[in-house]
Design a protein around this ligand. Structure first.
Ligand code: UDX
Length: 498
């Protein structure tokens, strides 16, 4: 960013950004804020009182808390340390009850900015804060959207009505035991839990789950089932529909992606979303995610990593929110043992349902960790992926993790849990071909075989070569004349003229 910092000396415009309070959403929003700051804009970050401990790392920004002025307001307090289903339900609640607080806060900011002769030119919010569009409209403030997922994922979400017309959601519902499907956002759960769901007696399946979906040929029919949506009346689908509608009503979309990665998806977005799209990512190439980390990364294993052979270590992390069932966890443990590869495993506290941390690990596995592995609660992920010893990344395919792996040319093993992750996993394995998708769950033999494919067997060279090419594409895209570079220049000009 150094070559663009010059504009900061004549700061006269302010941008207000509002992240969703989860790690995978905070990181890209704060990275975007830094990109704008170092290109001359003053920055205000609006945040909730939930997951906001990163603020001290950003003395250059002004922070304003909304929705938590009343200490008796339990809307946010209730959200902490709950499962993701509850957190996502929380997003719905906040979208429904926050309009007035945000309007008041923004109104005060607008008055102050006029007095200081530093106009607020734009509000940028996470796409899932769909309620912010009407607030911005009422204040005549342009609102742009940051979408933290892939373009592919948004295109699939936008196709839900078409997929429903074709009957795919009936299929999805018939595949799973209705008793196991809670109403609401808990529907977005792991394809790896699929084996827990039984086809009801006598149900005829119209589609073959392994077949491709003609409307979206990248997808298999089972990927639609894995979205765990019951059709357009499903609460998850309703949330997504509102997000898409208010994204279309915004002044533009900023994507943490780059054109060379998702060219056909970009064409489709341009056709379906009548607002400018700016693909300026990957954001972490400008500023590291670690600045907005909610957990303190451990570093004690770094000297161990330094002493490992090049590309010999499997890095394992399933992001900031996913949780694994006990029985699946044991399959992971056995799969790792069978694979015989060195590993660095990020295991957050409570990652395994019903356990504190590593308490469920058998003694023989703890011995194995001593011999050829490390387990940590949180790692400096970007640094680990960039390390010469890292040979593959076993990931849940959160979009940030996926991009971070692509940028370092590290092949992936894909074990998605929910939301956009199964879609990203399909894209990584079937379109980019830089990963093996463990699409049939957590069987130990399959796990060991996937690890060997990307790290040991001859095929690993093909994964590595494709991953290396993608890494090169990222670098070209970010250089002067590259798509991301040019798109960023357009975005800066666009915001300053809003
Ligand atoms: C969530 C969703 O899972 C994801 O699909 C969506 O696109 C964004 O929100 P999360 O599950 O946390 O995010 O995954 P991911 O998007 O990969 O973000 C995790 C971030 O935490 C990454 O930036 C990663 O570098 C960081 N991280 C993770 C660490 O810094 N250390 C770790 O040990 C693990």
């Amino acid at each position: 960013m150094e070559n663009q910092v010059g504009r900061s000396s004549c700061r006269r415009q302010r941008v207000v950004l509002f992240p969703l309070p989860f790690q995978g959403h905070i990181n890209p929003m704060l990275q975007l804020a830094n990109i704008l700051y170092f290109n001359g804009f003053s920055i205000t970050i609006i945040h909730t009182n939930f997951n906001s401990q990163y603020t001290s790392n950003y003395p250059q920004f002004t922070f304003r808390a909304v929705l938590d002025n009343d200490s008796k307001d339990n809307n946010l307090a209730k959200l902490s340390s709950k499962g993701i289903g509850d957190l996502l339900s929380g997003i719905m609640v906040l979208n429904q009850c926050s309009e007035e607080s945000l309007r008041q806060e923004l109104d005060q900011m607008l008055i102050a900015s006029k007095q200081q002769q530093e106009p607020i030119v734009c509000l940028i919010t996470d796409a899932l804060w769909y309620f912010t569009q009407s607030v911005a409209d009422s204040l005549k403030l342009p609102r742009m959207v940051l979408r933290t997922s892939s373009l592919f994922c948004v295109n699939v979400y936008a196709s839900i009505p078409v997929l429903e017309d074709q009957g795919y959601f009936n299929q999805a519902n018939s595949v799973f035991d209705e008793e196991n499907i809670d109403l609401g956002l808990k529907n977005i759960i792991s394809p790896n839990n699929e084996r827990d769901f039984k086809k009801p007696e006598g149900t005829e399946l119209v589609f073959d789950l392994e077949e491709r979906v003609p409307e979206i040929p990248v997808l298999k029919v089972k990927d639609i089932s894995n979205m765990r949506i019951k059709g357009q009346t499903d609460p998850t689908a309703k949330l997504l529909a509102k997000m898409l509608k208010q994204t279309k009503a915004s002044s533009g979309i900023i994507w943490n992606s780059f054109k060379e990665l998702e060219e056909p998806e970009f064409q489709k977005i341009c056709k379906d979303f009548p607002v400018p799209s700016f693909l300026i990512g990957p954001f972490h190439k400008y500023f590291p995610a670690s600045l907005s980390s909610l957990l303190e990364p451990e570093r004690s294993f770094m000297s161990w990593l330094d002493h490992q052979a090049p590309k010999s270590v499997l890095y394992i992390s399933f992001g900031s929110a996913a949780q694994l069932e006990k029985q699946d966890f044991m399959e992971v443990v056995h799969g790792l043992a069978i694979s015989k590869q060195p590993f660095l495993w990020v295991m957050r506290p409570a990652f395994v349902k019903g356990s504190e941390w590593i308490d469920l690990l058998p003694n023989w596995f703890l011995d194995l960790v001593g011999e050829r592995g490390h387990i940590v609660k949180w790692a400096p992920q970007q640094e680990v992926l960039a390390h010469q010893a890292t040979g593959a990344f076993w990931t849940h395919n959160g979009w940030n993790s996926t991009l971070e792996s692509i940028c370092e040319g590290v092949p992936m093993i894909c074990s998605p849990f929910w939301g956009d992750q199964p879609l990203d996993a399909r894209y990584v394995s079937d379109v980019l071909k830089v990963g093996v998708y463990l699409e049939n769950g957590w069987g130990k033999e399959e796990i060991a075989s996937a690890i060997r494919r990307v790290m040991v067997e001859e095929e690993r060279e093909e994964f590595r070569e494709r991953a290396r090419c993608l890494k090169e594409k990222v670098n070209v895209s970010l250089m002067k004349g590259g798509c991301s570079y040019e798109s960023l220049q357009s975005l800066l000009g666009y915001i300053s003229l809003l």
